[in-house]
Write a protein that binds this ligand. Structure first.
Ligand code: GRF
Length: 200
């Protein structure tokens, strides 16, 4: 199950890797809180159930999250993948999917959680930037880190050029992280650190 809000290029990378590499899993549905999201049409064209669930049609965050959970549960997924899903989730929602909710964030967490990550990395003079796949916990952009990719920041980079370089890495690391999960190769230890069971 993949949740998106926009173009869905990470969703696409995950679905393609799932098919090409023959994972022991399939994407059962894609849900977008923006019914016009380009990624939804792509998912539908692949024969994946594609659902638009407009957050603006719900009274508040709790009501939307409850409707979202209901829709997710209809598909009985083992894993819920947030791929450019631009909504803050209620603690109740996060608790419901604890341990089976992944997110990708375009920074090297724990630096630069939240929005405008590329601008902030450039403003801070970072020499490296990147992306992080992590398990979702109630605190925004925290949670056990599954995999990261770092890219160099180049002279003259703009937020857009940096975002593009990072996005290419996102398309590599997110499918890898999801594959590890569906192959049962990840474990979170008591300290909240992700262990790869086979040393991957
Ligand atoms: C990605 O950069 C992701 O890290 C961020 O939003 C962007 C989504 O892109 N959370 P896409 O919809 O997967 O193309």
């Amino acid at each position: 199950m993949i949740l998106i809000s926009g173009r869905g290029s990470n969703m696409e990378a995950i679905q393609k890797a799932c098919v090409a590499e023959g994972w022991p899993a399939s994407v059962v549905a894609v849900i977008s809180n923006r019914p016009q999201a380009g990624g939804l049409a792509w998912a539908q064209a692949q024969g994946i159930a594609a659902v638009g669930l407009d957050h603006r049609a719900h009274a508040d965050r709790a009501a939307f999250d409850a409707a979202l959970a209901e829709e997710i549960d209809r598909h009985q997924p083992d894993l819920v993948v947030l791929a450019g899903f631009m909504r803050i989730l209620t603690p109740e929602f996060v608790a419901r999917y604890a341990g089976r909710l992944l997110n990708i964030h375009p920074s090297l967490l724990p630096s630069f959680g939240g929005l405008h990550t590329h601008e902030r990395a450039l403003q801070a003079g970072c020499k490296f930037a990147g992306a992080t796949v992590h398990f979702v916990t109630p605190e925004l952009d925290h949670g056990p880190i599954v995999i990261q990719a770092a890219v160099p920041v180049r002279q003259g980079d703009t937020p857009d050029t940096l975002a593009e370089r990072i996005l290419r890495c996102e398309h590599v690391i997110y499918p890898r992280a999801v594959r590890w999960f569906v192959e049962d190769r990840l474990e979170v230890d008591a300290a909240g650190v992700v262990r790869h069971l086979d040393g991957a």
